[in-house]
Design a protein around this ligand. Sequence first.
Ligand code: HEM
Length: 375
Amino acid sequence: MRATSNALRAMLCLGLLVLGVLMAPGAWAQGKNERATPAYAEEQTMLQIEADSRVPDPGLLSTDSGRVHMDRHYLGQYGTKEGNVIVQRGGNTWRHLRNGPLATIAGFILLGVPLAIFVFYKTIGPAEPQPESGRKLQRFNRWERQVHWATAFAFVALGVTGIIIMYGKNIFLPWMGHNVFSWVAILSKYLHNFVGPLFVICSILMFATFLKRNFYNRADWLWIKKGGGLITHEHVPAGFFNAGEKAWFWGGVALLGLIVSVSGLVLDFAVGQTRYVMQVANVLHVTGAALYMAFTMGHAFIGTVGTPGAYEGMRHGTVDENWAKAHHRLWYEQMKTGVPPGLDKDGNVIPGAGAPAQEGRGAGPGPRPQPGPAH
Ligand code: HEM
């Protein structure tokens, strides 16, 4: 009953939040340069050239002057390369998009998500803390934790410097002044450019390190159907990672990681790609980064105050047995008995129990994994 009214309250607050977002368009659009009107004379010239042209469009990735695709229009020497471009019309389109709707929507996401998390925390509340049993289970080894925190630190550095690059002119310049802000901006740009490739390497290592435990299995279906018990606080049985964590892995680390990494490398290393490609990469980069940051805020909340006891596992490597039993029961049972769920103690498949979930390190009917060290 309490959970239902909490859920209603949370939904009401979220509804109000969405309404606020819809009713205040443009609140974050100060990045838009109102004086950036289209260069009409040049555009007319381009349109004329386009109408007269009998030369086929050179294709999106070509560095030859594009005369047909509107947003690739250059005012340059006939048939010249990128280097000779005088005016590229797509630059104006991109600038309007980036400083207008993109900055506004990304801003709403970056402010709205922490607000939604706060509302969730206040209305529905975190998971119940488990009493300590005093017995510990090994959850993450040293390598897993190092890869995780290296990626997380790189991510936070990229997030902070990225926000300065995107919104600094509107947020910091007015109170820092041009002198100080120019240093902050230059520093942010270089940090962002150098940490980017490091983050790509960390993400690849992270993907490889956690991949094996992130394949979905039948137990995840129940977790999804019950919404992970996030609202009811019910402990839905889960393996080493639950379906929510797997969604974070595939949707966040893998998909959004790929989008920001590839687009970021295109922006970082100019090796002959056209301005048009850079503009598309920039739009993808900003969109992917905003969604990734939103996802990360949710992940960091659930991994700390949202689930008391979870942070300890990633900080020190071990979790209390009671925590494991409550939040990852199938994994806990597997660690205690050495038998993956779906198999009997002799390693035979239990009819009707579905495919055995091969999870956790050393899982499977072969050598039995031992419970972690008890302290
Ligand atoms: C910045 C604050 C962060 C905190 C406090 C945090 C905390 C945690 C915790 C406590 C866990 C263990 C959960 C469990 O025991 O099941 C975890 C897992 C994980 N974290 Fe983070 N994390 C943060 C940032 C990140 C970032 C930025 C990324 C990726 C770019 C990331 C990727 C992962 C992955 C892949 C896992 C394993 C879960 C899975 O593979 O499904 N974390 N994190």
